[in-house]
Design a protein around this ligand. Sequence first.
Ligand code: TEU
Ligand code: CA
Length: 559
Amino acid sequence: MDKKWWKEGIAYQAYVRSFKDSNGDGIGDLGGLIEKLDYLKELGIDILYLNPINKSPNDDNGYDISDFRDIMDEFGTIKECDALIEGLHDRGMKLVMDLVINHTSDEHPWFVESRKSKDNPYRDYYIWHPGKNGQVPNNWGSFFGGSAWEYDGGSGEYYLHIFSKKQPDLNWKNEKLREEIKEMIKYWIDKGVDGFRMDAINHLEKDENFPDGIIKEGEVYGDFLKYVQNLPSVHDYLKELRRDVFNTDYHVVIGETGGIGYHNAYIYTGTDQGELDFTFHFDMHSVGKGNRDWERKPIDLIKDIKVNMSGWQLRKEEEGWCPLFYSNHDTTRTVSRLGDDQKYWAESAKMLVTLQLTQKGTPFIYYGDEIGMTNAWEFQLNDYRDVSVFNKHKDLVQSGLVSEENYIKGLHYTSRDNSRTPMQWNSSENSGFTTGTPWIKVNYNYKDINVEKQLQDPNSIFHYYRKLIALRKSTDTLVYGDFKDVNREHKEIYSYIRELNGERILVIVNFFGNEPVFILPEDINYEKAELLLSNYDIENAGDIRTINLRPYEARIYKI
Ligand code: TEU
Ligand code: CA
């Protein structure tokens, strides 16, 4: 058992832009975060993970960085960043920062230089290619819609951007570039940052034969995934970063890696690998999504949930650690996607976090989930802010492939903006997020769903989170204990035992709105069942042999 602060801590992801605005310009900022540190402390948070805060023209909300060593104008100053780090450390909390190093903004000085001419010293920091018969070099489509190539009239060549055209990809084969990135990381380590989440880090190498991808039905561009994701040199680059900058055994190094799940994460996280401590996966992003964005399919508890969640749990220690999370700034809202955000809103939100906080891994709570924030079901096209919404509207609706109605329905179910609406602090105008005009609309339900209301209600989702976090911290069993599925084949109930040094904790959760019966397998002996926490009031809690579960009921026992 290799003990680490980042295995024991509870992390919270704040989308800074939407968390708290301190100066009335409608954009969340560092000052707002500083104001709310005590709120996070009260919830029981130990680690704060922030989406990018560096200088950026905000084509992709900070994921397009124009100065790695400075702070985004709207978010504040380096001085405020120092104050934030100090405020966290004073409270015994840590900071995990986003490192966006697969690409930069096209306004970054490196790119400004690079595009000047073919023999500019920075030319090779990016990926340039001549056209093919006066057209783009190949048929790759970027993740955000449109071609992955952008023509640069000045030098007569195309540059590669797997995200938006304002996010040119860096050329990691260039050693000088790698040295500059390492110096930049050291700058943040010296500032006291405790850990890093490296964005899109498995895209650092691209297949430089640039073969065309297969165009799938209903798509306009070729699929380029296998040419830009998880290629072999990514490992060399990660090992180099570990050796040269992340070599303290203190900092936590996390990578966002599409295409990586519990079965193959060891290629990055194996403990003798010297690369990452854990990876953010995409397991839960599209649960419930049908073939097209506007189509739904029922959740299959075994295939969609247990296979993945238990899969991570049952890995060997030498395969590495893992995060516990359902949502982030690239998904929709947890309770809307995986629970029932209407009739059993509170019950299902509490049920979901019960699973999240009783498994092995580092829990990452996405801001607003602790009060059960929901998707923005009322948004119209012009309420969205995500650059990909408008690029794909061009590709799909304006070209006649998809109707406007289906497109909007699809956005309600899948748009990333669902989980980027302002934090709902109270029932005053704009939910107490800002005194100005928010950069993105506040969700229509803020008068019912907000922090102030839930702080006053001992039965609220917020207080359930708080109690559960305290419970997790009260015993090493929930952090480091072994994991064993109970009734693995049950289609509605998810149950398991965590065990460490003779202490056993049994978790029983009804994942849906029905009323299934839990039957304790005969081989599980217990003398006394002590109920530790539940999302319902329970009579005769001690008898666990047969339990009639209510909709979304969750129970945690010590047995
Ligand atoms: O997302 C990256 C991302 O989703 C892809 O790299 C992913 O690997 C692929 O779609 C699935 O195979 C990150 C950020 O989280 C996101 O907010 C940014 O917009 C994006 O990078 C660009 O920086
Ligand atoms: Ca502000």
